[in-house]
Design a protein around this ligand. Structure first.
Ligand code: BDR
Ligand code: CA
Length: 336
């Protein structure tokens, strides 16, 4: 997994830790929602919280390929995890660059590993430069990013991960063109990830599934910045992350909800989500000033180019949340 943790990246990572059949090989840290060192601190802390301090965490690029880094503390909080105050991990990131870790892992287990990318594509683009055979060495690639014929969340037409490093995104999609259909990356874009809309009721269900006796109520009428008193540690941290994310979405007129994009991508990578896809040739704009980071999908082959993506065209929000609640609830209960 490569992420820019981020509240929804954190939920994705926690979800993967809750899945006994998922072997989490490495978590790499890309600058985006917060800077790369903070992403790594979050990843280390979350893995320790979930009892997975054995999973290597690495840092790679410190900035996008060609443009300065812009972070988004207003979306995810100053440290990327909303109001949560995660105990710092007792270990440091690997000395290896994230790219070396990716390449070594893919070469040592050809055809076995799935790349889950929930961040700007900076490190993945660097990995493809260093090892152009990466798409053949991997079993699959799942990307959270883009928005197709749907409004952006960063500019009117661009989604965050594509906008932070448009050059990396353009490089990655160019490199994946022409792969056999079954090996094309699965792209989870805003038009379907914004359907994965978490509500306070889902959090209450999670707390109940974790065995919390007192209902976990995070309410729109609460004073901003309240902290959870849940008896379960994992639930407490998830609740403090989500309260901030609910408040952010409300600030942008989307209601007291949270779009948990990256969790959906994680469930696709884990093989636990049901979804449909359509193949397309994806272009990422890097030049036109007002359109930088905009993604365009040619579903009809009008450009005469081979497809480079399978874009998710249908997903099932109710199932996604039932899965999250039962799987993460069980993990929280195990951890106590
Ligand atoms: C993406 O942007 C980030 O802020 C989220 O973590 C997600 O990966 C959604 O546009
Ligand atoms: Ca993310």
């Amino acid at each position: 997994m490569d992420c820019d943790t981020g509240v929804d990246d954190a939920l994705a990572l926690i979800y993967l830790c809750s899945q006994p059949h998922v072997e989490l090989v490495a978590v790499t840290s890309t600058p985006g929602n917060v800077d790369a060192d903070q992403v790594a601190r979050n990843n280390l802390a979350l893995l320790e919280l979930c009892g997975r301090a054995d999973v290597p965490v690495a840092v790679g690029a410190l900035a996008p390929l060609r443009v300065p880094l812009v972070t988004t503390p207003e979306t995810h909080g100053p440290q990327g995890v909303g109001y949560a105050e995660l105990p710092p991990a007792r270990r440091a990131p690997e000395r290896r660059d994230a790219v070396d870790l990716w390449i070594d892992a893919a070469r040592s287990r050809p055809g076995e590993l799935t790349a889950l990318l929930t961040a700007p594509l900076t490190n993945f683009a660097r990995a493809l430069r260093a090892e152009p055979r990466l798409p053949e060495l991997l079993k699959g690639v799942v990307i959270m990013g883009g928005s197709f014929f749907y409004q952006g969340n960063t500019t009117p037409t661009a989604e965050w991960n594509m906008h932070v490093d448009p050059h990396a995104a353009a490089e990655v999609f160019a490199a994946l063109a022409g792969l056999p259909e079954t090996r094309l990356p699965i792209v989870c874009a805003l038009e379907t990830t914004e359907r994965i809309e978490m509500h306070p009721e889902h959090l209450a269900e999670l707390a109940a599934a974790a065995g919390c006796a007192v209902p976990e109520l995070v309410l729109p009428g609460d004073a901003e910045g309240l902290r959870s008193r849940a008896s379960n540690r994992l639930v407490r941290h998830v609740s403090d992350m989500l309260r901030f994310y609910f408040e952010f979405h409300r600030l942008y007129d989307q209601g007291y909800v949270a779009h948990v994009h990256d969790y959906f991508a994680a469930s696709v990578a884990a093989g636990t989500a049901r979804f449909a896809t359509r193949s397309a040739s994806v272009h990422v704009e890097t030049e036109a000033a007002r359109l930088v980071g905009t993604t365009v999908a040619d579903y009809r082959g009008l450009w005469g180019e081979p497809p480079n993506a399978r874009i998710v065209s249908g997903n099932r929000p109710a199932e996604a949340f039932a899965e999250f609640v039962s799987s993460v609830g069980a993990l929280a209960r195990r951890l106590g």
